[in-house]
Design a protein around this ligand. Structure first.
Ligand code: ZN
Ligand code: ZN
Length: 196
């Protein structure tokens, strides 16, 4: 294959990857893990994180900087990326600081005074989805968070660590690690052994 043909084929592959939706991408990724041991190890190194590495990321110096990680040992590994139950974003558990997450704890409310001539606002305000409504773009000041009185363009009045949503299903065999992520918090939450 000429260099030119090689470049073209690389470009086509990138375009093909860009076309994938998430379920298709996940399915192809799993097939590649099953088909190639090298690929599986590479994927493990990128997507799993060991407990010592996680503790170091949380600022726990006791785990020591020199201990080599062996990701083959899945019993001490966690999923590196989790979805946050507060801001709903996917986050990297090794980069989860006390300032990583911003969200509002209250409700977003429509201020009818901002839309005096709007029939829908006047007659049937409950039919308006404040999360997606088009009026947010033109009149952001008409959508107010009741926790802080900021408008809908404000990213959040609460700033803290991301909190992982539900633990992974058992069949995956990998636990999420909220107890370690909260290592510096004041709460005295007991660490549960997830034994069957
Ligand atoms: Zn707020
Ligand atoms: Zn978050």
């Amino acid at each position: 294959m000429s260099d030119q043909a090689g470049e073209r084929s690389k470009q086509l592959l990138v375009e093909a990857i860009d076309k994938l939706d998430l379920p298709t991408l996940q399915s192809v990724f799993k097939e590649m893990c099953a088909a190639s041991e090298d690929f599986r190890q590479e994927a493990s190194a990128r997507l799993l994180v060991t407990e010592p590495a996680l503790k170091r990321a949380a600022g726990d110096e006791d785990s020591g900087p020199n201990k080599k990680q062996k990701l083959e040992d899945a019993s001490t590994a966690y999923s590196r990326y989790e979805s946050c139950q507060n801001c709903k974003q996917v986050f990297d558990v090794t980069k989860n600081t006390k300032k990583s997450c911003r969200y509002h704890e209250g409700q977003l409310e429509l201020d009818p005074d901002v839309f005096p001539d709007d029939d829908q606002v006047e007659m049937d305000p409950n039919s308006i989805d404040v999360e997606t409504d088009d009026r947010r773009r033109t009149h952001p000041h008409g959508f107010i968070w009741d926790c802080c009185d900021e408008d809908c363009n404000n990213k959040g009045c609460i700033v803290e660590r991301h909190v992982a949503a539900k633990p992974f299903p058992k069949r995956v065999g990998i636990k999420s690690a909220p107890e370690i992520i909260e290592i510096e918090d004041d709460d005295d939450e007991e660490e549960d052994d997830e034994s069957e």
